[in-house]
Design a binder for this molecule. Structure first.
Ligand code: HEC
Ligand code: HEC
Ligand code: HEC
Ligand code: HEC
Length: 108
């Protein structure tokens, strides 16, 4: 019985720390579905390893980009903001896709 309690406590500990990590770090892979352009699969974990958080999360917080872009008139529409951030960096570092189909995968 004692062993079982220890085991349960360990599971509870692992479960809560996993939740905390997810909340702070965001998902490892983010699938963004669009109306007409299929799905953009963004490897967040791989990109996090490439650069500072603030390069992309430029406001210092980690809200969704669409909580401002497309809402706040001072912020560009979401499509323009994503394209600018994603493609500009890929062009700059000469790595990562810059053609439509490199990011937008249509499934039929
Ligand atoms: C190359 C760009 C990039 C880098 C670098 C990056 N992120 Fe992100 N992150 C994104 C994008 C894009 C999203 C999706 C936002 C959305 O859904 O609007 C996201 C989502 C998130 C979310 C979830 C937001 C939500 O509410 O859904 C968290 C938390 C997060 N990132 C934390 C981090 C942390 C911490 C770092 C640095 C260790 C980091 N990110 C580095 C681009 C980046
Ligand atoms: C809290 C609101 C807010 C959030 C969240 C936010 N942005 Fe922005 N963003 C703005 C505003 C306002 C501007 C225009 C003023 C400025 O440059 O700061 C801007 C500017 C930009 C620009 C520069 C546009 C240009 O013409 O140079 C890009 C690119 C961008 N945001 C992408 C993103 C991405 C991608 C995310 C999510 C990872 C994000 N933003 C999250 C408010 C936000
Ligand atoms: C700060 C620079 C930077 C930004 C911003 C950035 N990327 Fe990248 N991306 C890279 C680099 C560098 C690679 C190449 C990684 C490699 O080959 O190891 C890459 C590779 C990729 C790839 C192909 C490899 C993979 O992960 O499957 C995709 C797809 C991609 N990026 C999508 C995006 C999207 C979508 C965004 C915007 C939400 C974005 N990237 C923003 C630097 C960036
Ligand atoms: C580096 C990756 C990348 C490349 C290259 C790219 N896109 Fe995108 N695109 C995105 C991301 C990320 C979004 C935002 C998805 C979302 O709304 O969540 C987006 C959004 C869009 C949208 C709005 C989607 C909708 O239906 O709501 C359209 C249209 C679009 N892209 C067309 C294009 C076209 C056309 C090209 C080639 C000229 C292109 N994109 C190249 C990443 C990319």
């Amino acid at each position: 019985m004692k062993k079982l309690l220890v085991l349960l406590a360990a599971i509870a500990f692992v479960a809560t720390s996993a939740l905390v990590v997810v909340a702070d770090e965001g998902p490892a892979v983010i699938k963004m579905s669009t109306e007409k352009m299929g799905i953009v699969t963004f490897d967040h974990a791989a990109h996090k390893a490439l650069d500072e958080c603030a390069v992309c999360h430029h406001t210092g917080g980690y809200e969704k980009c669409t909580s401002c872009h497309g809402v706040d008139p001072k912020a560009k529409k979401a499509k323009l903001a994503f394209h600018k951030q994603c493609k500009d960096c890929h062009k700059k570092v000469k790595k990562g896709p810059t053609k439509c189909k490199g990011c937008h995968i249509k499934i039929k």
